[in-house]
Design a protein around this ligand. Structure first.
Ligand SMILES: [Zn+2]
Ligand SMILES: [Zn+2]
Length: 138
């Protein structure tokens, strides 16, 4: 399966890339480069992991999200879902960097005994531009 992903992106299927893809795709949550480095069954340097991750990100196979603590987390791009804020004045859609309620899924799952397979969440608000325009009118 990993081989096909690489082939479709016209990337050479290397052992290192396949190992990285396997680790990222088998993880339930986004992982750091350090985590991949530790989990890898073959020896590769942290900089090799980073280089491979960058290539995979460029091809949109893996997605990188920088968390507030400044650490980059990597996840399979096809697994990533986006949430957005819709401006009620101009209908602009502002995408959120990451899922704000991913951790809630565990809690809900425990409370209800259900396996949570996904969710839908949209925010409504007023975008910075519209706020600025409102200020001009007032
Ligand atoms: Zn707006
Ligand atoms: Zn979400």
């Amino acid at each position: 399966m990993e081989k096909n992903i690489l082939k479709e992106a016209s990337l050479k299927s290397t052992k290192k890339r396949n190992i990285i893809l396997k680790i990222v795709s088998e993880s339930n949550s986004p992982v750091t480069a350090e985590y991949i480095h530790e989990k890898s069954e073959i020896k590769m340097s942290l900089s090799t992991v980073y280089r491979a991750l960058n290539v995979l990100c460029e091809k949109n196979i893996i997605e990188k999200n920088i968390h507030q603590n400044g650490i980059a987390y990597f996840s399979m791009a096809n697994k990533v879902h986006r949430h957005s804020i819709i401006c009620t004045l101009c209908n602009k859609r502002i995408l959120l960097e990451s899922c704000p309620i991913a951790s809630l899924e565990n809690e809900i799952s425990q409370k209800t005994g259900c396996i949570i397979t996904g969710h839908n969440l949209e925010f409504f608000g007023i975008c910075p531009e519209c706020i600025k325009n409102m200020g001009n009118i007032l």
